[in-house]
Design a protein around this ligand. Structure first.
Ligand code: TXA
Ligand code: MG
Length: 320
């Protein structure tokens, strides 16, 4: 594909929306501070929240980071290109805007031929967060990006639907030990298997984390209030004076109050559920329901990452 219009935008220190296997990204050249500023403006994202740098080859890790533990190469050999990001001490060439004021940088090799071609032809890595407004739902198709952020029309490289559909797993190192900052497409168990040791989930370390108890901000959230439940039928009955959108894992449900319904995977397949999650939530968000009722998926493997997104997107969580 001829990528020259997008290369031109990036050379002009402008932004381009890139396809990846996880979600679409809002990208700028790591050497173009003007594009990096524009990313934060368009997303309405705080400058303290760092961006992920997308490279094409494991050999790039030691160019953009000053120390790369062996574990990174072990994991990259198994999972890169793919949905895993590594937080490492940043090289001097990494702009403070990308680092969000930290001394570290997150690096990943996305698994999408067009984006790899774009980075190679540009001759520079691309810094990109997910292509959605701050705290909103991520986008897994070009059409959803354009609907949510119309000002990006003409800047979107359409690479089809994202194959995996959930964000990358983020790994870092604390006191020399690998830790997990974000659950994503690659599960904790898959990582532990490659490394041959347990890896602690320490959660977000950045501005997404609540500043104080009760200040938890919604992330990955539809605009329609969302309730997360482990008793779908009962919650539907309880809330049935409202117009309901329903997100179920594998079984359709019936109730006259339901105005829109999405089943993530009729075959109860967690990969399919991950692939369809954001599209399903976007559709439910457009259905003009008063409330979206979502049910937890089985909390194993990839299900843990799906549940993590649902939990953060929910306004309330009902447990019986
Ligand atoms: O799958 C993905 O990772 C997608 C695609 C576009 O690559 N990107 C993505 O970016 O999800 P974003 O910005 O929505 O999420 C990146 C996360 C943020 O929570 C940020 O705090 C964390 O990565 N992050 C980035 N740099 C970091 C650093 N130096 N230290 C710790 N966390 C970092
Ligand atoms: Mg994001």
């Amino acid at each position: 594909m001829d990528l020259s219009p997008y290369i031109q935008l990036l050379r002009n220190e402008d932004v381009v929306v890139i396809p990846t296997e996880t979600v679409y990204g809002l990208a700028g050249s790591i050497h173009a501070d003007r594009a990096l500023m524009k990313i934060f403006e368009i997303k309405q994202r705080p400058l303290t929240n760092p961006l992920i740098v997308h490279v094409t080859d494991p050999a790039d890790f030691s160019v953009y980071a000053t120390a790369v533990p062996d574990e990174v190469y072990q994991l990259a050999e198994k999972f890169s290109p793919g949905p895993i990001s590594f937080v490492l001490p940043a090289a001097a060439s990494i702009s403070p805007l990308i680092r969000g004021g930290q001394t570290t940088v997150a690096l990943r090799i996305p698994n999408h031929p067009l984006t790899l071609q774009l980075i190679r032809e540009l001759g520079s890595p691309l810094a990109a967060p997910s292509a959605n407004r701050y705290m909103g739902l991520s986008a897994t198709s070009a059409a959803v990006v354009e609907l949510a952020m119309p000002e990006l029309k003409g800047h979107i490289l359409d690479g089809g639907r994202c194959s995996a559909g959930l964000e990358s797993t983020i790994i870092g190192f604390e006191a020399g030990q690998p830790v997990l900052y974000r659950m994503g497409c690659i599960t904790q168990q898959q990582i532990e298997k490659v490394l041959g040791k347990p890896v602690l989930y320490v959660g977000d370390t950045h501005s997404d984390a609540p500043k104080a108890p009760g200040m938890q901000q919604r992330h990955y959230a539809p605009r329609t209030p969302m309730v997360l439940t482990n008793r779908l039928q009962q919650t539907i009955v309880d809330l049935s004076t409202a117009r309901l959108g329903v997100l179920s894992f594998c079984q359709p449900v019936e109730h006259p109050a339901i105005v829109a319904q999405e089943v993530l995977s009729t075959g109860a397949d967690l990969s399919e559920a991950a692939h369809r999650l954001y599209d399903a939530l976007h559709r439910l968000d457009l259905a003009q329901a008063d409330v979206i009722i979502a049910e937890w998926v089985p909390n194993e493997g990839l299900g843990q990452a799906i549940n993590d997104k649902l939990r953060r997107g929910a306004e309330s969580i009902l447990l019986s």
